[in-house]
Write a protein that binds this ligand. Sequence first.
Ligand code: PEP
Ligand code: MG
Length: 529
Amino acid sequence: MTRVLGLGIPASPGLAAGVLARLAPARPTIRHAGTPADEAGALRAALAQAIADLAALIGAADTDAADMLSFQLAMLEDDALSEGAFAAIEAGEAADSAWCDALDREIADYRAAEDSYFRARASDLEDMRARVLRALTGAAELAIPAGAVVLGADLTPSQFLAADWRQGGAILLTEGSAQAHVAMLARARAVPMVIGLGVAPEGAREALVDGGTGRVVFDPDLDDRARFTDALAAAQRTAAAHAEISRKPAMTADGTMIKVLVNLGDPDELAELDPAICDGVGLVRSEFLFHGRDGLPDEVAQYQAYHRILTWAAPRPVTIRTLDAGGDKPVPGLTIDAETNPFLGTRGLRLSLAKPEVFTQQLRALARAAVVGNLRIMLPMVTLPAELSAAAVLLDQVVAELAAAGIPHARPPLGIMVEVPAAALTAGDFGADFYSIGSNDLTQYTLAAARDIGSVARLGDAGHPAVLQLIRATVAAAVVRGVDVSLCGDAAGEPGLVPALLTAGLRSLSVAPVAVGRTKAAIAGVRLP
Ligand code: PEP
Ligand code: MG
């Protein structure tokens, strides 16, 4: 066995060592064509079986996994997907090959799509192809051994969810996408993952994986193993130190207190999160409510979700962002499909103002939930002061209606995300009750490098002097206006950027829950001028 080094693209950080489990592109075609009626009946039964299996899996899954599987369920239930297969069966093909050919064409279209969101959904279609095929042929689902380093061209969400990752393991993909559902799942479950490895060495048996750098050692020698053991021990020490520091208030080396809040994308995260580690919730991405398979959420469903988060955090403040659909976050039936450049299109507050019936329902649920905690409402993708004023008018109307109906409510402060360069440069012109800088979008719009296009990822540096200048301008406007300013983009959770952000004047950062410890540790190392 010869040691081989691989370098791919990091998709989920962490270290792992294990035996390789190769995913063979299995495509057994074992049915012989019966009459078209028999074959059509077999495909219908297999589709029904796959739909029932998926519905059962969704029932048992947590919110993020259920959302992903719901996407597959909705597609399987749509007759348009199987139309081609039934036509081929009519022409004399066997059900399994007709289904595979129809799905292969669909998968090829998804892979060739211009929009990276659709390219990243191709593995969902592979998952669906395999699930229906298993139902047709009676084949068993490929099992990933616990603790294994999975190696393949791509991995489907079902394969990921069927594996037990509690004993370690990692994912190595020769292709793959960092935006694919499986990559999101890997990050949420802390499973190291490297994508885009190109070719993998034939016959390799084991691998050491660094998901943070994308480095892989296949069939490591003794020196590699010793270095890996040292790195793992160091990572474990760092994790323990971060867990310890996350329970303490954040303070710089010169004694300046810094607020550290958490970002939430799914209320299910709260179950394992101690509110004592944070100074509140700096960003709730309310999009999670709009991705269910039952269409848009009603006022009651929204109220209950907001109530849950406010109760968890109380008395700490909670900033809930109104729907930020569009861009890389399409919501079927709501966002506009045909935009050539969705990141510059009808996104965030622009969409909410274009759909006042959806927006006012969200504002109503928020104003009602505001009585149970310390709520602030935040508007995404704001460009002009007039947009904030239009939203404020709608909020005031909602509040007046609730008052007239005698429904308990409160009028929360209304702030804006500063993520469009124009808003940063003119921040002082907005009558916002607070500002929160969205460094992810501010960076992509400032450097003209889309956040979901890997080939320009190098340009997307939130520490670029131009981005820092916009952050300083926003902080200066907040200071003049005497209102709160925070930063809730991923830059706040990058230890290397924390000194620059604090030097730019920020005293409040909101980060993903996993980043609280490392952010507080980075803050402790900063000595402000
Ligand atoms: C941002 O743009 O920095 C942000 C926090 O919002 P999102 O990542 O949800 O667009
Ligand atoms: Mg944003």
